[in-house]
Design a protein around this ligand. Structure first.
Ligand code: TYC
Length: 102
């Protein structure tokens, strides 16, 4: 039976199926106003860190300007960013969260 797909197209499709999906870092940005304790709670609740790890990441953001909360597929990263922004908004903190391709 003839097929409408060239050998090249089949090989390309197969390569794409095997390729891992692009991954995205979720980053917190520093600011002068969001309380440290709030950032630690965000990291514990949304990124499932223990208190020690959450404190370490928060201090990294505080001293370096930004820090990685986790690395996820695009959809999951986008949801995490929205959840952080929603939590920050509801507590009226200016905390910023962004994603970037890894
Ligand atoms: N710099 C803030 C303070 O001194 C703490 C802070 C840490 C804010 C991390 C944002 O993503 C952040 N209260």
């Amino acid at each position: 039976m003839p097929t409408q797909f060239s050998d090249d197209a089949v090989k390309q499709a197969s390569r794409e199926k095997l390729k891992p999906p692009p991954m995205y870092k979720v980053l917190l940005l520093n600011d002068d106003f969001t309380p440290m304790e709030f950032v630690v709670e965000v990291l514990q609740q949304l990124f499932h860190m223990n208190r020690e790890r959450a404190t370490h990441v928060m201090l990294q953001v505080h001293t370096q300007g930004r820090g990685v909360c986790g690395v996820y597929t695009k959809d999951v990263a986008a949801t995490k960013v929205e959840q952080v922004q929603q939590m920050a908004r509801s507590h009226q903190h200016p905390l910023q969260c962004v994603m970037e391709e890894n």
